[in-house]
Design a protein around this ligand. Structure first.
Ligand code: ATP
Ligand code: MG
Length: 266
């Protein structure tokens, strides 16, 4: 049976005393490509940072491969030992480095020779269709090109887990579709476990076969996953995600779950 590789167990997080995530639990199977959906500010990027080990939860545990890697306060397994690559929502490119050096920097700690690192970086740049831009600085690129640099940097590491925080939002439809196809093929071939945060149904269905809806709001009030639709938030959620539901029902290829409370099962 396929094991859960990534899991949040009853995780709560607060920022400056304000609750953001409240007892959120879900698990992601090995090799699963899942979309993480939810309204702006509900904590999607926070979930990715918890999975990457960039933050520890206030309550609860983060598990990788059945081992606890984060607990309240200590991050037990640091980010660089998790096999995780993340494309950040703000891209986090170094403005003083060239495109090639930005990608090479991500490969600094992976134990390859300089020649092998350069080859990997070139392959990743080619995959993201920016091979010719290696000498430019991020400020000399369009927004969409900068996004591809961030993607190339994440892919070059050949991670086990690929965490994507709205990485395609600045791309035109044609480029986006091509890149999604390439990443989907790559992720399947390399058996990557992928978590994609997106607001775009096309992205979700192109890359993912499952989706989780983060139902908490920044106020941290916990809503019942099975609550009646008369709750304003569920009504709103239904409106927001109706197009995606229709697409999913139509092609029948995606499974859904709301995040659970107090259990790691999805
Ligand atoms: N470092 C921080 N300090 C204080 N508050 C924060 C911090 N990071 C995030 N928050 C707050 O936590 C909440 C969740 O933020 P998060 O970025 O996870 O939301 P999101 O679902 O990714 O939103 P979006 O779809 O707009 O990117 C927001 O209200 C945000 O203002
Ligand atoms: Mg976000």
């Amino acid at each position: 049976m396929t094991r859960a590789q990534l899991a949040l167990c009853a995780v709560s997080t607060t920022y400056d005393g304000h609750p953001v995530l409240s007892e959120v639990s879900f698990s992601i199977l090995a090799g699963e490509h899942t979309a993480l959906l939810g309204p702006s500010g509900c904590g999607k990027s926070t979930v990715l940072r918890l999975l990457a080990g960039l933050e520890a939860p206030s309550v609860g545990e983060v598990l990788m491969d059945s081992h606890v890697v984060s607990q309240p306060q200590p991050v037990l397994l640091p980010p660089h030992r998790r096999g995780v690559s993340m494309v950040f929502q703000d891209l986090a490119l170094w403005p003083n480095l060239s495109v090639m050096d930005n990608v090479l920097l991500g490969l600094a700690g992976v134990g390859l020779s300089q020649q092998e690192r350069r080859k990997r970086a070139q392959e990743a740049l080619a995959l993201c269709a920016i091979k010719s831009l290696g000498d430019r600085k991020p400020s000399q690129l369009s927004g969409g090109q900068q996004q591809r640099v961030a993607l190339a940097r994440a892919i070059a590491v050949q991670p086990t887990y690929l965490l994507l925080d709205e990485p395609f939002s600045g791309l035109d439809l044609v480029t986006k579709a091509a890149l999604l196809k390439e990443i989907s093929t790559l992720a399947t071939e390399r058996k990557l476990t992928v978590v994609l945060v997106t607001h775009d149904p096309m992205e979700a269905t192109a890359l993912c076969r499952s989706a989780r809806v983060l139902e908490n709001w920044t106020c941290g009030r916990r809503r019942s996953a099975g609550g009646p639709l008369t709750y304003p938030f569920l009504f709103l959620l239904t409106l927001i995600y109706m197009p995606l539901r229709v697409v999913c029902l139509w092609n029948g290829s995606i499974t859904w779950s709301l995040t659970d409370r107090g259990s790691s099962s999805s």
